[in-house]
Design a binder for this molecule. Structure first.
Ligand SMILES: Nc1ncnc2c1ncn2[C@@H]1O[C@H](COP(=O)(O)OP(=O)(O)OP(=O)(O)O)[C@@H](O)[C@H]1O
Length: 269
């Protein structure tokens, strides 16, 4: 059962914005998917992005992470302007994400899949070239130890480390993805529907994991359709409808807003 733990959630200090979008617009040909969005994610917050199907939530994440190029607007992450920058450059600033559809590589073990997340830290080239052979071995050992610690953190025991990641249950694959994202040591973690396809028990566990991520000092922006979880988990909610901001603020107030309720009425979710 999901209980409201607002006091615990809000006991963690939230600060000024780590990420901000001002007047964000994204066009796909003739369709304006995002039509002038303002969004501010406070440092240390768990911020939820909700809205009916097709409202533009994933497109916002794609714009923030460089997967799609905004047609207009200002994006800043941790004080750096990011609109127009590429995926790798934005990731290297400390922004990590998971995807709506799990993206794990077929042949990789769980441990290797998590190690991929260290890529942004070692992107200058093969470790041996960057550090020299001995230092490279030390860096590799440290990375493996860190990946193992992250697997433990996301609730996966050492016994799964050598398994091919795509053979794990759906819920465990999601945890591997989160560990991989954390391996890049992000300042902000973006999660696109992390609870999709999960049963009630797994949902509670993943929501707890998100809280623990924040307790590590990592801010979180997540998209999710389960309103009970979002109400209990988020410090702030932003609601999108047709690519525009419909509401923004305290989860209780936002979810009680008649305009927000009307946006969901008669829709699939
Ligand atoms: N690459 C693309 N090319 C063309 N149109 C796109 C593209 N990506 C998204 N769209 C359109 O942009 C709009 C917003 O889509 P988006 O996936 O961001 O919505 P969403 O709120 O994440 O939806 P859902 O909750 O169903 O995942 C939709 O009309 C969608 O069809």
């Amino acid at each position: 059962m999901i209980t409201r733990t607002a006091s615990a959630a809000r006991a963690v200090a939230v600060g000024g914005p780590i990420l901000a979008a001002e007047g964000l617009r994204v066009r796909f040909g003739g369709l304006e998917a995002i039509g002038g969005l303002d969004l501010a994610v406070a440092r240390g917050a768990i911020h939820g992005l909700i809205g009916p199907n097709g409202a533009g939530k994933t497109t916002v994440l794609n714009a923030l992470t460089g997967f799609v190029r905004p047609s207009a607007g200002r994006l800043t992450f941790d004080g750096v302007e990011t609109a127009g920058k590429g995926v790798a450059e934005i990731a290297s600033l400390g922004l990590a994400r998971t995807f709506q559809n799990i993206r794990l590589f077929g042949a990789m073990t769980v441990l290797e899949s998590v190690l991929v997340g260290a890529h942004r830290r070692f992107h200058a080239g093969p470790l041996a070239l960057v550090f020299g052979a001995r230092k490279a071995r030390e860096a590799e050992r440290a990375a493996i130890a860190e990946a193992a610690e992250l697997l433990d953190f996301v609730g996966l025991g050492p016994e799964v480390a050598a398994r091919v990641a795509t053979t794990l249950s759906y819920g465990h694959q999601r945890r591997v993805e989160i560990a991989r994202a954390l391996m890049s040591r992000p300042k902000l973690l973006l999660l696109d529907e992390p609870l999709a396809g999960m049963n009630a028990v797994e949902k509670v566990e993943i929501a707890d994991l998100v809280r623990q991520v924040r307790e590590r000092g990592i801010s979180v922006l997540l998209i999710e359709h389960d309103m009970a979880v979002m109400r209990a988990l988020c410090d702030r909610l932003t609601v999108l409808e047709y690519g525009k901001r419909l509401a923004d603020g305290d989860p209780e107030a936002v979810l009680a807003d008649p305009a927000v309720q009307a946006a969901y009425l008669g829709r699939a979710r």
